[in-house]
Write a protein that binds this ligand. Structure first.
Ligand SMILES: [Zn+2]
Length: 278
């Protein structure tokens, strides 16, 4: 069986001790591809891992180069500056992508209210930055990896509003999808993929909701991810997660869909390869 981990964080310091050994081991267990996601601070480590390990690809977010948080204070009085930063970011990223063919995604395109209060003003600002992230992804020509935390409807509204119906397959994937099943189908209608994590093995409310999502989303529009070192599947919940545990997510999906684990692994691998154009 071949597994494709569509979203991971191997530049995380939790892997400093044994990254290399782990990569060797997990490839023996069938992990054929990982797309690792990081920002500017981890760029050098990510690029060196991509050089060393054939199965390792990258998804990057450029904004932390540019002090997005400083600009966040007043969007209205910084509109032309932000437009200039978008243009500069696009130029830099295009150059970086030309030099590094293993950069295959842009993200995480971010909207999250797990730690911020959801006031109208915060929603307006977060929606603005999500739309800018999506704009950068499209101008660079990379598929967008979208993170939505406690922001199901708010993210959906931005994505729907900025959707470009004629854009190629691979416009975006909903990383660690936890929204309602019906919304997942609406995303699929717009051409987005639904990415399922190990939470599908958990007996929590989130896990149960995700089981419903998996029931309704066709395998043709599903990919799988660890989001490691986070979101470890059961029964290893308290351990650090890594891509070798994807098989537990695959087994859970196979069980829910009444198909074989092989079919889930092969289809999600093919979907992720097409999405990231690998
Ligand atoms: Zn992540």
């Amino acid at each position: 069986m071949r597994y494709f981990d569509a979203h991971s964080h191997y530049t995380d310091r939790k892997f400093n001790r044994d990254r290399h050994e782990l990569f060797v081991e997990m490839q023996k267990e069938g992990v054929a591809y990982v797309v690792d996601c990081f920002g500017a601070k981890e760029m050098n480590l990510g690029l060196s891992l991509a050089k060393k390990h054939n199965f390792y690809y990258m998804c990057i977010n450029a904004w932390d180069h540019y002090g997005k948080d400083d600009l966040d204070i007043n969007i209205e009085s910084n509109v032309s500056l932000i437009d200039k930063l978008v243009d500069e970011t696009v130029i830099k990223l295009k150059k970086l992508c030309a030099e590094n063919k293993k950069i295959v995604g842009y993200g995480e395109c971010w909207m999250d209210f797990r730690r911020t209060e959801k006031t109208p003003d915060e929603v307006r600002k977060a929606a603005f930055w999500l739309s800018k992230d999506l704009e950068v992804a499209r101008k660079v020509g990379l598929p967008a990896v979208i993170h939505s935390g406690n922001a199901d409807q708010e993210s959906f509204d931005v994505i729907k509003k900025t959707d470009m119906p004629d854009y190629d397959f691979g416009k975006g994937m909903m990383h660690c999808y936890l929204g309602p099943p019906k919304m997942a189908l609406d995303y699929i209608d717009m051409g987005y993929l639904i990415s399922v994590t190990g939470l599908v093995t958990h007996r929590s409310a989130r896990g149960k909701n995700l089981v419903e999502v998996v029931k309704q989303v066709p395998l043709t529009h599903m990919i799988i991810e660890t989001d490691c070192p986070y979101l470890t599947p059961e029964p290893f919940r308290d351990r650090r997660n890594d891509s070798s545990l994807l098989k537990l997510t695959v087994e859970a999906i196979a069980d829910i869909k009444s198909v074989s684990p092989e079919e889930v692994a092969e289809l999600t691998t093919a979907n992720a390869k097409a999405f990231y154009r690998i």
